[in-house]
Design a protein around this ligand. Sequence first.
Ligand SMILES: Nc1nc2c(ncn2[C@@H]2O[C@H](COP(=O)(O)OP(=O)(O)O)[C@@H](O)[C@H]2O)c(=O)[nH]1
Ligand SMILES: [Mg+2]
Length: 400
Amino acid sequence: MKIALIGNPNVGKSTIFNALTGSNQQVGNWAGKTVERKSGVLQRANQTIELIDLPGTYSLTAYSQEEIITREYILRERPDVVMAMVDASNIERNLYLVLQILELVPRIVIGLNMMDLAHSAGISIESSKLASALKVPVVEIVAAKGKGIEEFLSEAIRVGSMASDPLPVEVSYPADLEQKIQAMELLLVDTPWVTTYPLRWLAIKCLERDPEIGQKWSISSTKLPVNKTVNSCCNNGDPVSYELQEVAELPGESLLAKYEEDGWTQDHFEMAIADAKYRYISSILPQFRKHENPNKPTLTDRLDSWILSPFWGYPIMLVILALVFWMSFIASAPLGGAVSLGMAWVADIVVGLLQWGQAPEFVQSLVRDGIFAGVGAVLAFVPQIAIFFAFFHLCRIAVI
Ligand SMILES: Nc1nc2c(ncn2[C@@H]2O[C@H](COP(=O)(O)OP(=O)(O)O)[C@@H](O)[C@H]2O)c(=O)[nH]1
Ligand SMILES: [Mg+2]
């Protein structure tokens, strides 16, 4: 059985993956990509399970390597079941990805992780109600503490072994958009593409003018060089590789042109489709999520209200940038000086020893002026660089 782990970045996929596969892992890169590929094998109830930890992603459009790899893996490798990890403390954004997965495959199980964080933020989520809202099994987990991991896996195995596909919810789009999706479905229903892609998903992606749709691949048993101009994932780390044969034009160009005349551009479709999913999530949220103290904003909420305010946001950003600049270039100067002094001190000792051992003058000069002066000049920048990167990393995780 093939199981894929999917979720937003930092939801705890790797924690689960490591807990389940232990040292039985294969780590490499997705072919032609700088994205890590982790797979592992485990045994449960006389079954061999291949588990794959897909790259963290927020969406399944074709804008990043992670998104393309994730969806291409689902479409081409056809895992028997998807384990969708969800951060319970940030459920709205996480469910957005779940709804997109549900448009691709019906066999999914949701792992509601970070229940501890949700609890301390005053959020309570009733997993059974979430399960009935989406018509998908939900298992509560605290991956970091190893809680619920085995239950999550058993549930995935159960769904993966079901004789027929389950029927999860389908997002309902506003009537005008729904009518356009159905018109596109009619054009696509008899094409060979529906053997590769689910019809509704294909229709939506055609309306979004997804650049990856319509690419024809052939499977080859030898490892082929990856065509660098093609922005698609190929598993040349696997026994089989894929080669792009051709990019076919799908039906629907004239329909798209007509829609465009009416103002339904590519951006308009993308926005309308994303908006409908978020509206759908907002409409079901009250069924399963409760804020224990809804009026009391959390610290993050309060910080956000200042940092993201249109008035205070810019001065705060300038202050933070000035602070990073000051820390990196001015406050770090004494540290750089200390490194230079330290190097000079060590150089004196080493050169003293060389003199004592009557080493030739050129060796002493090489050590003093070449090695210590050269390396010292470089090391003097280390505090500056370290401070800058520490701030850079902080800003990055603050954004995430
Ligand atoms: N508080 C809390 N932290 C968790 C939980 N599960 C994972 N983490 C932490 O979240 C971080 C991201 O986890 P990781 O498995 O790397 O996420 P990935 O990006 O989805 O692979 C790590 O520091 C984990 O220790 C959990 O249930 N509760
Ligand atoms: Mg990970």
